[in-house]
Design a protein around this ligand. Structure first.
Ligand SMILES: Nc1nc2c(c(=O)[nH]1)N[C@H]1C(S)=C(S)[C@@H](COP(=O)(O)OP(=O)(O)OC[C@H]3O[C@@H](n4cnc5c(=O)[nH]c(N)nc54)[C@H](O)[C@@H]3O)O[C@H]1N2
Ligand SMILES: Nc1nc2c(c(=O)[nH]1)N[C@H]1C(S)=C(S)[C@@H](COP(=O)(O)OP(=O)(O)OC[C@H]3O[C@@H](n4cnc5c(=O)[nH]c(N)nc54)[C@H](O)[C@@H]3O)O[C@H]1N2
Ligand code: SF4
Ligand SMILES: [Mo]
Length: 757
């Protein structure tokens, strides 16, 4: 072992299992996480964790860690190679692709999971050094439709203030299990307990959140577009909209009113399977509330009419005037932007090179990736870098995804574990775990206080893996994009302090056009070594802190970072470097939300013609699951108490539901003759899987669900690999996707179920 671990001491870090990244404290015992507790000093989570954080040792000491670079032999087995060989060969192979076919033939996927975005902050340098132009990540199979709608409506990312909301509305989201809001279970219980507040849930399943709700709208799977349209139609037709507020803040109100005046409420409620009276009651409750916070998630984002549903969801809170105030929707600020809700209606949309799929927030839709590779089109992707993602498991249609990955001339995977994707790679480059290096999440979406946590390593990395920023720096150097001569004057300036460095840095990047595309690596190689031990990777945050302070001076000042000009940015960076927990970097006023609306007069632009056309088509379309061959709707990928994407590969981390049962209503179970704990076969047009059945009265008849993240394989002691549960994407198809954003219909897969004796 390289260095001693600080056994027995409480060390502060964060949970990496979901977007919340709750602060935790860990006591180590011989590299094991012996004790874990919530960090009360964390400014957001304040001691809160859910049940999953306590199982993090199964990640740190998972069964499939990689500790040396690997190269695949022709027979499919791997040999260990040293880093110099790995970097040299990867750079040479990617350069060869660029020379023959252009950099745009090199595709990048990933850049971070639920808690690790620092490495992805450096990947851009490698891509620009290669001339690569196309990339994607998991956001392009869930959030890109919503991002596109936000871009068109207001050009800003928006978040609900559930802590203070009088009415909280969740659509296709089960925050009791999936979280996505700070201290989710506390917040939900507080709303449910308070008679003055109302919790509303739209979900076909009576989820844990729906169980707490005051109003549950048990929508028929896949019919949210009709239900949400009916809800907005009631607001419009009963004249419950915030007319005066809208006159001051929105364009296109009359077109929207006209479109929804035409919606036949009773008919749409019937299609959605929800009593009209309940829909009217819900609309009236929303209109009467002093504040409404809303969140949508995968239940509509991975479903039929997903981009349209995201649009109509937003009309609910805009038409009722719930923006830029306490308890409502607000536009947050990010230290580092993960997605850009650009207002792209003026510019022609960028599209993918083969299929011509719309690129949103710079991301190619995940569902078209196989089509972009499995073709003889001259512009096909021929090489791919995958970093902190497992597309062979997590994207639609695993069979086709595997076929596509196998067809690449070069596949390079950067991961901590030997994943389904890594096993198809030509080169696998090992990274230290998120507890063995400096890391950070860029999922910073809170309002009015927003916080950022630079986590220090809490134990040394084993010999072998290299942090992602170091891998990218070496690749950029091997590609010849950066030389020692570029860095020398910057290093010299740094000896005279950061102010001198800043000056030299801006002068150098202005003078040398080669440097600006690779700025993260320049910072890593100059500023990085001067940062506290283990924190070189934080170098990129120096630029981010300065930029943020320049763009949001008042919010940064309220957060306690003052001074003139660059002083505030420098103070913020120092605070991030020196704080063991998250730092509040921004304190906003509710009015600041308007400043972030990036339309000419900071007004909502309500009319989106493409989606109003789709709305009109609902009038004649009838959702039907009439295919007698596949009479069930399968939701493939539900969040449960013991699921966490594929971050854990060891199934024993689960304390219950080890095999990830198929949930089914008692009516269906009786009809099929399956008992609770019995076995059944699920078949879709793409595949078939044997499952254990959990009979659950939370399910509607005709609707079944499988958990997310199961079916990863793991090595048994010295022997073959085993697999627990069903990999959901063996059952999904890449062509089943939204026409506009390309997001998959994973929550709505046509399936057949048979009992197995
Ligand atoms: N425990 C746990 N938590 C997680 C994760 C995890 O793997 N495990 N993953 C994290 C990630 S990456 C994400 S993106 C979030 C996702 O978080 P959520 O979106 O909340 O999670 P899901 O359970 O996938 O889907 C939400 C709900 O959609 C419902 N649904 C299915 N069909 C329909 C429909 O037709 N209409 C409506 N309205 N609802 C429908 C399901 O019943 C389910 O309750 O969770 C995050 N948190
Ligand atoms: N059918 C179906 N499919 C789904 C979903 C669904 O609901 N249904 N949900 C989708 C959603 S919302 C999401 S977000 C995706 C998630 O899918 P992916 O984006 O593929 O993410 P993860 O499963 O979180 O995999 C993250 C990878 O990061 C690796 N890793 C962990 N720590 C580090 C590190 O420090 N460095 C590096 N380099 N690697 C690391 C892990 O070993 C793992 O291989 O799955 C999606 N797939
Ligand atoms: S809410 Fe998310 S980040 Fe917090 S402990 Fe649970 S899984 Fe971890
Ligand atoms: Mo996700």
């Amino acid at each position: 072992m390289a260095e001693a671990t600080r056994d027995g001491e409480w060390q502060r870090t964060a949970c990496i299992l979901c977007e919340c990244n709750c602060g935790i404290e860990v006591q180590l015992d011989d590299r094991h996480f012996a004790r874990i507790r919530g960090d009360r000093g964390h400014p957001m989570s304040a001691g809160y964790t859910c049940n999953k954080a306590l199982r993090l040792d199964h990640y740190q000491n998972g069964p499939d860690r990689i500790t040396t670079p690997l190269r695949r032999r022709d027979d499919g087995t791997f040999e260990a190679i040293d880093w110099d060989t790995a970097i040299r060969e990867v750079a040479a192979r990617l350069s060869a692709v660029r020379e023959q076919h252009g950099g745009e033939a090199i595709f990048y996927f990933g850049g971070g999971g639920q808690g690790n975005h620092l490495g992805g902050g450096y990947a851009g340098a490698t891509l620009r050094a290669l001339g690569a132009r196309y990339r994607s990540n998991a956001l392009a199979q869930e959030k890109t439709g919503e991002i596109w709608v936000q871009g068109r409506l207001m050009g800003a990312g928006v978040r609900g203030d559930f802590e203070h909301a009088e009415v909280a509305l969740f659509i296709g989201k089960n925050p009791w299990q999936s979280h996505g809001l700070v201290r989710a279970r506390h917040t939900l219980r507080a709303i449910a307990k308070d008679p003055a507040r109302t919790l509303i849930v739209i979900d076909p399943r009576r989820t844990e959140t729906a169980e707490l709700a005051d109003i549950h709208l048990p929508v028929k799977p896949g019919t949210d577009a009709w239900l949400l349209s009916a809800l907005v139609a009631v607001l419009v037709q009963e004249d419950l909209i915030a007319r005066q507020w809208l006159a001051a803040h929105a364009n296109g109100v009359e077109e929207i009113v006209a479109a929804f005046a035409a919606v036949p409420v009773a008919e749409y409620c019937a299609i959605a399977g929800v009593p009209e009276a309940l829909v009217r009651e819900t609309a009236r409750r929303i209109a009467a509330a002093s504040s409404v916070a809303v969140a949508e998630d995968l239940g509509i984002q991975m479903n039929r009419h997903s981009t349209l549903s995201s649009y109509v969801e937003k009309l609910i809170w805009i038409l009722s005037g719930n923006f830029a105030k306490r308890g409502a929707q607000n536009a947050f600020s990010s230290l580092v932007k993960l997605a850009s809700a650009g207002r792209d209606d003026a510019a022609p949309a960028r599209v993918s090179p083969v299929v011509g799929a719309r690129i949103i927030s710079s991301l190619v839709p995940c569902n078209v990736i196989p089509d972009e590779i499995l073709t003889d089109h001259p512009k096909r992707y021929r090489a791919m870098i995958v970093e902190s993602g497992n597309p062979a498991h997590s994207l639609a249609d695993s069979q086709r995804m595997r076929e596509a990955l196998r067809a690449l001339e070069t596949l390079v995977v950067i991961d901590v574990a030997m994943t389904e994707t890594a096993r198809l790679a030509h080169y696998v480059l090992p990274a230290p775990s998120q507890y063995e290096k400096a890391e950070a999440t860029f999922f910073n979406f809170e309002f009015p206080r927003n916080a950022f946590h630079l986590r220090r390593p809490i134990l040394p990395a084993p010999d072998g893996p290299l942090p992602e920023p170091e891998i990218h720096a070496r690749l950029v150097e091997a590609l010849g994009a950066l030389t020692e001569a570029d860095l020398a004057p910057l290093r010299e300036a740094l000896t005279r302090g950061r102010a001198a460095f800043a000056e030299a840095f801006f002068a150098a990047t202005a003078a040398n056009p080669r440097l600006s595309p690779i700025v993260p690596v320049v910072l890593y190689r100059t500023l990085g070594p001067t940062l506290p031990a283990g924190c070189a990777s934080a170098a990129v945050l120096w630029g981010a802190a300065h930029l943020f302070a320049m763009q949001n001076p008042a919010s940064v000042r309220r957060a306690g970072f003052g001074g003139d000009g660059p002083e505030a940015g420098e103070q913020l960076f120092e605070a991030i470097l020196n704080s063991p927990t998250a730092v509040v970097f921004s304190v906003d006023d509710y009015e600041d939300s308007w400043e972030r609306v990036r339309t000419p007069e900071h007004r909502f632009h309500l009319v989106i013609p493409e989606l109003l056309e789709e709305l009109a088509q609902l009038a004649t379309e009838r959702p039907s699951n009439a295919n007698p061959e596949f009479p069930f709707v399968l939701s493939a990928g539900e969040r449960r108490a013991y699921t966490a994407n594929t971050i854990f590969r060891d199934p024993t981390w689960r304390k219950q539901d080890m095999a990830g049962a198929l949930r089914m209503s008692p009516t269906d179970a009786a009809r099929l003759g399956v008992a609770d704990g019995g076995r059944a076969r699920v078949t879709t047009k793409r595949g078939s899987a044997d499952v254990i059945v959990e009979v659950s009265d939370t399910m509607q008849p005709g609707h079944v669900s499988l958990p997310n993240g199961l079916g990863v394989d793991y090595p048994l002691d010295g022997g073959p690999r085993a697999r627990a549960g069903v990999a959901p994407n063996e059952l999904t198809a890449s062509e089943d996707r939204d026409w506009l954003a390309g997001t998959p219909w994973h929550k709505h897969v046509a399936a057949r179920i048979e009992a197995i004796g």
